[in-house]
Unconditional design. Structure first.
Length: 190
């Protein structure tokens, strides 16, 4: 049996985008739905496509930065994975919505064709607007997530402190019980 991930089995569904070649499907209702489903599956299988849209660009100065000396949060991998998962799936949904909206605009413009340069210019403008919207959503999401990460970190620290206090309390109980050994009265043997 194939050892590939289950989500890879959905990749052939991406080909439903070719349904737009059928005239009856090329509609303002069906086209965005088809494009949304196709790109959702594509972004789900290849999340680096959406992750790159919000990742930090690489600059010349970055070549000379020692990343090992940069400050880093001491956060458990469980929390990191949890918030990375949330971020990726929100990016997948927003990017799929934006691509489906762009396809709807293209359909509208192609039905009322005026000029290819006009379509290219407006498409570039729409992509830039989508990029701005995506960055705003991600900034807001990252601020919320940072607050949540700090809350999770505080919870973990409190739990660790409670665990240590309980451990100390149990050790104290153990030692007081061992030191309070009751002695039997001795029988008078004289």
């Amino acid at each position: 049996m194939c050892k590939c991930e289950k989500k890879r089995w959905f990749l052939p569904i991406v080909l439903i985008v070719f349904l737009i070649l059928i005239e009856e499907v090329r509609d303002f209702i069906y086209l965005p739905i088809i494009v949304f489903i196709s790109f959702s599956i594509l972004f789900w299988n290849y999340p680096w496509l959406v992750y790159r849209t919000v990742s930090k660009p690489f600059y010349y100065e970055d070549l000379f930065i020692d990343e090992s000396k940069l400050p880093n949060y001491e956060i458990s991998d469980k929390i990191k994975k949890k918030f990375e998962y949330v971020l990726i799936y929100i990016l997948i949904i927003t990017n799929s919505l934006l691509v489906s909206a762009l396809s709807d605009y293209w359909l509208y413009r192609l039905n009322h064709l005026t000029n290819y340069f006009q379509i290219a210019g407006v498409t570039g403008g729409i992509i830039k607007i989508f990029q701005i919207i995506n960055n705003l959503i991600c900034r807001l999401l990252l601020k919320i997530m940072k607050r949540c990460v700090n809350d999770e970190k505080e919870k973990e620290e409190k739990l660790e402190e409670l665990r240590r206090e309980k451990e100390i309390e149990l050790k104290n109980i153990f030692w007081t019980n061992t030191l309070d050994i009751k002695k039997r009265p001795r029988a008078n043997t004289e």
